[in-house]
Design a binder for this molecule. Structure first.
Ligand code: UVW
Length: 359
């Protein structure tokens, strides 16, 4: 039995729900019977790829901290074979060998494009050990600096932004989701159909109206997809995102709506996946308290805090849901089998994904 990591859990959280050392959060609700409920939704065998091309959005305008993919060819003995382009051949070892080989190396932010956030992605400053001082902690009290570690500074980085190589989430890394398989019953909520693509924070009341109108029911262990249309607007920009336009378009959940946050917890949904950049609508700057000397400590991303930090609900962002949402609407359905494993990359805080829906 490991030493308890917290004396007090954050208000509105469910730390310890699956045991004090759990690292899978509400994906624990995606049980074998839940997978079978997903499989029962496969009726015609049609599949949908729910990933954007991984070089979308394009550049760094949408999020300056996220680097687009750069690929490098692998050289053999320090050189490429000029005749073969970037390929190399075993002929350098033995002239009788005929094989021609191409290998790539990839350098990118794991959360550049269609992605999963692990539970080590967003934590909070919270006094978990009850000593009166807030410390940086993640879900189930795992600590920044101890369980989720930054890399060591490298003065000769391969790129300016690769200055701290080998960070490691010893706890809560994305490999826990990969080991689960991230397969279960998907449920589509088609926000774009009802609210269009204008920028808007979608609260509990809006969401309930949409669920009612489309007769969508969300149950324990469902993997819930939110179609806002943002990815369509982005794709139309063909890798040159017009950020002003993007910021004026596309809805997201209202992370400041307490009723909505309670709904997320009370339904016991397993994860939230959206075609927008953050699932929630990110407000540019929060107001200060009336007294400028009084610090108002609050999260910039309240839905991230509620889901990743407090309740172990994984988030998926920049998914591509348009064709699936249209097909489901045409066939009067909202449920499907979702198969969305992240990379089984130990210690990573997020991962690209190529989710597949089967209907
Ligand atoms: C942040 O930018 C913090 O996260 P996300 O990509 O999950 O919105």
């Amino acid at each position: 039995m490991s030493k308890p990591r917290w004396k007090q859990a954050p208000p509105g959280s469910h730390w310890g729900e699956f045991g004090p050392d759990d690292q899978r959060g509400r994906m624990n609700y995606v049980t074998a019977s839940k997978v079978l409920e997903g499989v029962a939704e496969v009726r015609v065998g049609k599949t949908f790829c729910l990933s954007l091309p991984l070089d979308v959005p394009g550049g760094q305008a949408l999020n300056p901290r996220r680097m687009p993919p750069r690929r490098f060819s692998v050289l053999r003995d320090g050189k490429s074979d000029g005749q073969q382009g970037f390929c190399w051949s075993y002929q350098s070892e033995d002239a009788d060998l005929t094989d021609v080989v191409a290998d790539d190396v990839l350098l990118m932010s794991l959360q550049y494009s269609t992605q999963w956030d692990s539970l080590a992605h967003v934590g909070s400053h919270f006094d978990a050990d009850g000593d009166g001082v807030a410390e940086a902690v993640f879900y189930n009290g795992y600590r920044a600096g101890e369980h989720v570690r930054a890399g060591q500074e490298d003065l000769d980085p391969i790129a300016p932004w690769a200055r701290y190589p080998d960070p490691h989430a010893d706890a809560l890394g994305i490999e826990h989701l990969a080991a689960h398989g991230a397969q279960g019953r998907g449920v589509m909520i088609d926000i774009a159909h009802h609210l269009g693509r204008k920028r808007q924070a979608v609260g509990y009341d809006d969401l309930m109206r949409i669920l009612d109108a489309d007769q969508v029911t969300v149950e324990q262990g469902d993997m819930v997809c939110l179609h806002t249309g943002f990815a369509d607007t982005l794709l139309a920009m063909n890798r040159c995102p017009d950020v002003a336009h993007l910021h004026a378009t596309g809805s997201g959940l209202d992370g400041h709506d307490a009723k909505l946050l309670n709904w997320i917890t009370d339904t016991r949904l397993a994860c939230l996946l959206a075609d927008n950049p953050a699932v929630e609508l990110v407000t540019p700057k929060l107001g200060r308290a009336n007294n400028p000397n009084q610090r108002l400590r609050q999260p910039r991303l309240p839905l991230h805090e509620h889901c990743l930090f407090k309740n172990g609900v994984h988030l998926g962002e920049l998914w591509y849901l348009t064709e699936l949402a249209a097909w489901l609407r045409q066939h009067h359905r909202s449920r499907f089998l979702l198969t969305a494993p992240p990379l089984r990359l130990p210690g990573a805080v997020g991962s690209p994904a190529t989710p597949i829906a089967t209907v």
